[in-house]
Design a protein around this ligand. Structure first.
Ligand SMILES: Nc1ncnc2c1ncn2[C@@H]1O[C@H](COP(=O)(O)OP(=O)(O)O)[C@@H](O)[C@H]1O
Ligand SMILES: Nc1ccn([C@@H]2O[C@H](COP(=O)(O)O)[C@@H](O)[C@H]2O)c(=O)n1
Length: 345
């Protein structure tokens, strides 16, 4: 295609690469690999075993505008009772120097070298080891990182790494316990990209189409699509595929051990967590909390446990007469019971 030509027909045609469909749950789980084994074989497609007490690391890749962020948001929403953080590979784009900025239309943002992968690797390893990190904030309009602000990301139960090339570097790949590839038709992705980049990233249609034909599509074929082979799960249609997302969330929950507890103790009930409960857990874990607040919030949490527990005890039917004279049929505890919460610090 000549450089100046921006025929949408051409680009749509150029965008139609190979297509795959069907959810694939390979279940490849080697026994020896660990999250720390970042220097194994040269072309490893293996996903390391998940070690208890370590965060579960998920990689989400796919072409531009395939719905990676949407899928991640849906997973995060469903895992609301866990601490989940999202790290976007986009945050690790290198800022352009003045010379590169002047010729920005010649810059290939879809090549692996456009990212500071060393920094992404370092951040991810810190998060895995339980440390908080500062993630850069990238501006797609200025092609620069913010010089004075960053996003604080804290240690979590689940770390999601999302980006077009998160499977490209083997060291990053080897940190992942689960790799997901979001597979959406190229024409759908291009249409979404045009809408998004013109509405949110300060581009005009011509520049989006030119960039797509010159860099985005070739880099997809050269780097993104070949990395699909590393995926454990392929999600056709991205965020529209609720079945695939539900299955993935179930798998993560199992890996995080929520179900195991109930398997070991069949009588155990795990109270559904809420933001309010997590908020109180956050307060009482803060080493700077006052003694008064620690006792107050611990007591509230323990009351929830006791009240939930009482709900599982035997009851018998009981009738009472209300002040208006009607009969109300309710229940009564079978035995006299009392729950006591003791807080020690
Ligand atoms: N299933 C969908 N249906 C319609 N629009 C979608 C869908 N998934 C994503 N989008 C839109 O497409 C654009 C790109 O989606 P996003 O999830 O950010 O993709 P990615 O992170 O892969 O670039 C966004 O504007 C988003 O709102
Ligand atoms: N300054 C930049 C940086 C990146 N891009 C494009 O972003 C795409 C990756 O982001 P997605 O949300 O679509 O995954 C990538 O294809 C780059 O071309 C850009 O246009 N400008």
């Amino acid at each position: 295609m000549p450089e100046e030509t921006t025929s949408i027909d051409y680009v749509m045609e150029a965008a139609s690469g190979p297509h795959f469909s069907g959810l694939r749950l390979d279940g490849r789980m080697p026994s020896s690999a660990t999250a720390a084994a970042a220097s194994s074989s040269a072309d490893s497609t293996l996903t390391p075993d998940f070690l208890p007490n370590q965060p579960f690391v998920i990689g989400v890749s796919g072409g531009t505008a395939s719905g990676k962020t949407t899928v991640c948001d849906m997973i995060i929403q469903q895992l609301h009772d866990h601490r989940v953080v999202l790290v976007n590979q986009d945050s690790f784009y290198r800022g352009l120097n003045p010379e590169e900025l002047e010729r920005v239309h010649e810059y290939n943002f879809d090549h692996p070298d456009a990212f500071d992968t060393e920094q992404l690797l370092e951040c991810t390893m810190k998060l895995i080891s339980g440390q908080g990190v500062h993630v850069p904030i990238y501006d797609f309009k200025k092609h620069q990182r913010s010089s004075d602000s960053f996003r604080q990301v804290n240690a979590s139960d689940v770390i999601i790494l999302e980006g077009i090339l998160v499977f490209h570097d083997q060291r990053v790949r080897d940190l992942m316990n689960m790799k997901i590839f979001v597979d959406t038709d190229a024409d759908v992705r291009l249409a979404r990209r045009i809408r998004r980049d013109t509405m949110e990233r300060g581009r005009d249609i011509n520049s989006v189409l030119e960039q797509y034909a010159k860099f985005v599509k070739p880099a997809f074929d050269d780097f993104v699509l070949p990395s699909k082979k590393y995926a454990d799960v392929i999600i056709p249609r991205g965020g529209d595929n609720h079945v695939a997302i539900d299955l993935i969330v179930q798998h993560i929950r199992t890996k995080l051990g929520q179900h195991d507890l109930c398997k070991i103790y069949p009588n155990a009930y795990v109270i559904q967590s809420t933001f309010q409960i997590r908020g109180m857990h956050t307060l009482i874990r803060d080493r700077d909390i006052s003694k008064h607040d620690f006792v107050f919030y611990s007591d509230r949490l323990i009351r929830l446990v006791v009240e939930h527990g009482l709900g599982h005890l035997p009851f018998t039917e009981k009738q009472v007469v209300t002040p208006t004279g009607s009969v109300y049929t309710g229940v009564d505890f079978c035995k006299k019971l009392c729950g006591v919460s003791i807080v020690r610090r």
